[in-house]
Design a protein around this ligand. Structure first.
Ligand code: A2P
Length: 329
């Protein structure tokens, strides 16, 4: 008989939490029990899963005592730091969408098709990477395996859904001539080179996340990486322009074939993907592949994905599926 699993969804009323629920249903994840947690504010609300009503519970330190196999967290960094250890102690494998555990040593940061092999049955808290990073490292791993990466330059065009409902509401407010409540400046009819807080260095935390997480996932601590992260007035779907320099000569047709072979959709000639093409899908789309002759072995590419799905919920569920497939859970 097919094994089934007890699943907790923490942050079930949030944008990623809601997508966890949708993706679990769509993929027919083998579930024997599912419980939805959020803050006290949402306790008592009803969520429908596979046609049945479930009452949202307030998250507490004893929430996991009844026993879970997986706890999918997307309730912010502080909630993860405070509650993931309780879930782990009670035997659940936590897959956490916040940035709280990503750069801590001993905690794996996983995109299954890139570095799933580092997972072991002992891992109890597994971090889901930053949204723009997930969609970028998948093609970058292919490029690295073929041509050896030397340097990566990211420029992002990130949708407001990446900020959760707060971002979506600010775009709506702007359309109605109202001031923003979440972003520092209006996002409607504007672009903001400012995602997350600024650091002493002049970089933002989002840029630092992309730099650090790329190195950790690819296992290349010394890789030269830089990033500029920009919020754009797009509802859903992040785009990343990536410029790379490699050690070896780049063969574009070989690269296209290898990208396709791992499930990336490659747009050729003058066709290119946009956020509207990927919204609601799990695939990563790549276009504008072209050599950069301004450096030796340079390449430009344009990478688009649904930041709430492959950039968050789908990747987390793919981590759980990988653990099951490899017999690690
Ligand atoms: P709630 O809706 O009760 O505030 P988003 O990223 O879309 O803003 O969603 C954040 C999610 O995290 C929501 O489900 C929110 O629940 C949940 N959350 C926020 N703070 C806590 C907390 N202290 N305990 C449990 N869940 C929390």
């Amino acid at each position: 008989m097919k094994k089934t699993y007890r699943v907790a969804v923490v942050g079930a009323t949030g944008m990623v939490g809601q997508t966890f629920i949708k993706v679990l249903e769509e993929r027919n994840f083998p579930i024997s029990k599912i419980v939805f947690f959020a803050s006290k504010r949402s306790a008592g609300q009803e969520i429908t899963f596979q046609g049945l009503p479930h009452i949202v519970r307030e998250l507490t330190t004893t929430s996991f005592n009844e026993g879970f196999d997986f706890a999918l967290f997307s309730a912010g960094g502080e909630t993860s730091l405070n509650y993931a250890p309780y879930a782990a102690e009670q035997g659940a494998t936590v897959i956490d969408n916040s940035s709280a555990w990503r750069m801590k040593s001993g905690y794996p940061l996983i995109v299954p098709e890139v570095n799933g092999q580092v997972l072991t049955s002992k891992d109890r808290i597994i971090a889901n990477p930053n949204c723009s990073t997930i969609q970028s490292v998948v093609p970058l791993k292919v490029i690295h395996d073929l041509f050896h990466l030397k340097r990566v330059v990211y420029s992002t065009y990130q949708a407001v859904s990446g900020s959760g409902y707060k971002g979506v509401f600010d775009l709506e407010r702007g359309k109605n001539n109202q001031d923003p409540q979440f972003y520092a400046k209006p996002i409607y009819e504007n672009v903001l080179p400012h995602i997350d807080d600024f650091l002493e260095s002049g970089y933002t935390k989002e840029e630092k996340k992309m730099i650090d997480e790329t190195r950790k996932i690819l296992g290349m601590n010394d890789l030269k990486v830089t990033a500029t992260c920009v919020r754009v007035p797009v509802l859903n779907g992040h785009s990343v322009s990536i410029n790379v320099e490699c050690e070896k000569r780049i063969d574009l047709s070989l690269l296209r074939e290898e990208l396709k072979s791992i499930g990336i959709r490659v747009f050729e000639k003058n066709n290119y993907p946009t956020p509207k093409d990927v919204s609601g899908r799990d695939q990563i789309y790549v276009g504008r592949l072209r050599l950069d002759d301004s450096v030796t072995n340079g390449l430009n590419l344009w990478v688009v994905a649904d930041n709430i799905r492959k950039g968050a919920a789908t990747n987390a569920i793919e981590i759980a599926e990988y653990l099951i497939k490899e017999g690690l859970k």
